[in-house]
Ligand binder design. Structure first.
Ligand code: NAD
Length: 380
């Protein structure tokens, strides 16, 4: 099977889909691997490393896409790339299928099997393929580093002959993968950390990292069978906002990572709460690009509101592109490897597989993913 890896085209994206080390594994498995010239450059890998791994390099993107049986990439493809693909080809990348309806329809009409990295079920067996987790983990780390760089104070307590500096107070809203890593990183830097999440099951995890869990009685919250948070009612959101107001005002750093899968993130830090913070404090809004947890955050910008810095950086994992690429590449390789037939030397699409059906969006000219089908038909 011919596997093609085109260059990422999104402006400023330095992450890449496949490292030379994983390229070598695919070649060993019997794949014919072709990369677009310069594909690895953003993360510091040169074409020669891929040639050494057994891949070939093509400078002709259209031929590369047109002849591929499998296309591996990181970001969703530009719509115009879909028409260049062979009918029956398999395309694996992030796809943002909840929002990218035209893209999903184009995949369907072109007869492409499209696999969405976001939709890989969060099971124990699929952990090694879980790009949402690998990238969110790095995002959690980057948010704390960004906050530390902008805060005019240090994180740890420091007792010196010139006086004692108190540790910084950090409040983390949302303690999923990114939030837990943010908590761990802020603790390592010596901050005093408090966190809140609507899923009560998270409290123990927060405490095990040495942070405090803010108790807020929201009534029934719970989580979905897939482990995701359920959307709060407007009344619950208001209770949460009021209960967090005090701690936000006293925090040097607020990091927001609250997401509800497939929905717009809730606004949890309102304008008046930002105004209640001391000048010099920093907020990092992980959700800025998708609507924002914080009123006043601007996607991909750092803004100053009454002396409070609000960071809305979108591609957080991209700030540590080399490690992010290594992890994404490993996720992608594991997904392909899991369905690779060693004798036929090809990727087998088995619709009875335990993981694939959850993340295949289109196949055989149909949208086969029930959740996305429902969204397209306006049912969710
Ligand atoms: P996510 O990005 O969808 O959400 C981030 C966090 O925001 C979640 O913890 C969620 O509960 C929280 N949140 C939502 N609304 C909130 C609100 N109003 N206030 C505060 N917090 C709010 O989630 P994620 O980080 O991708 O992970 C979701 C879950 O999936 C976690 O339980 C995680 O441990 C689990 N998971 C399991 C596996 C696995 O078993 N293989 C892998 C990864 C994640």
């Amino acid at each position: 099977m011919r596997i093609a890896i085109p260059k990422e085209t999104h402006p400023g994206e330095n992450r890449i889909p496949l490292t030379p080390a994983d390229a070598k594994k695919l070649v060993r498995a019997g794949a014919e691997l072709v990369i677009e010239a310069g594909m690895g450059k953003g993360s510091g890998f040169c074409d020669d490393e891929y040639i050494e791994a057994g891949a070939s390099v093509s400078a002709n993107r259209n031929t590369l896409l047109g002849e591929a049986d499998i296309i591996l990439r990181l970001r969703k493809p530009p719509l115009e790339d879909i028409g260049k693909l062979k009918r029956g080809a398999i395309h694996i990348s992030y796809l943002d299928p909840f929002n990218e309806h035209a893209l999903v329809n184009a995949f369907r009409d072109a007869g492409i099997t499209s696999i969405s990295m976001e939709m890989i079920p969060r099971t124990t067996r699929s952990q090694k393929m879980d790009a949402l987790s690998s990238q969110a983990n790095l995002a959690g780390y980057v948010m704390v580093i960004q906050a530390a760089m902008h805060l005019p104070r240090i994180f740890p307590m420091m007792m010196t002959p010139a006086g004692t500096l108190k540790p910084a107070n950090v409040f983390v809203i949302g303690a999923g993968v990114a939030g837990l890593q943010a908590i761990a990183t802020a603790k390592r830097l010596g901050a005093k950390v408090t966190a809140f999440d609507t899923r009560p099951v998270v409290a123990e995890q927060v405490k095990s990292l040495g942070a405090k869990f803010l108790a807020i009685d929201l009534g029934e919250t719970g989580e979905t069978a897939g482990g995701y948070a359920k959307e709060l009612t407007p009344e619950q959101v208001e209770i949460q906002r009021q209960a967090q107001k005090d701690i936000i005002a006293k925090s040097d750093v607020v990091i927001t990572t609250a997401q509800v899968f497939g929905r717009k993130p809730p606004v949890l830090v309102t304008k008046d709460m930002v105004e209640g913070m001391s000048p010099g404090s920093v907020i990092v809004d992980m959700a800025a690009e998708t609507g924002g947890n914080v009123e006043g955050s601007v996607p991909n910008k750092t803004v100053n509101v009454n002396g409070v810095t609000i960071i809305g950086l979108g591609n957080l994992a991209g700030e540590v592109a080399r490690d992010a690429s290594q992890m994404y590449s490993s996720n992608l390789y594991s997904l392909v490897d899991d369905s690779w037939d060693e004798e036929k030397k090809e990727l087998v699409i088995d619709l009875k597989h335990d993981i694939l059906p959850g993340c295949i969006i289109t196949h055989g000219g149909e949208v086969i993913n029930e959740t996305i089908k429902n969204v397209l038909e306006g049912g969710a």
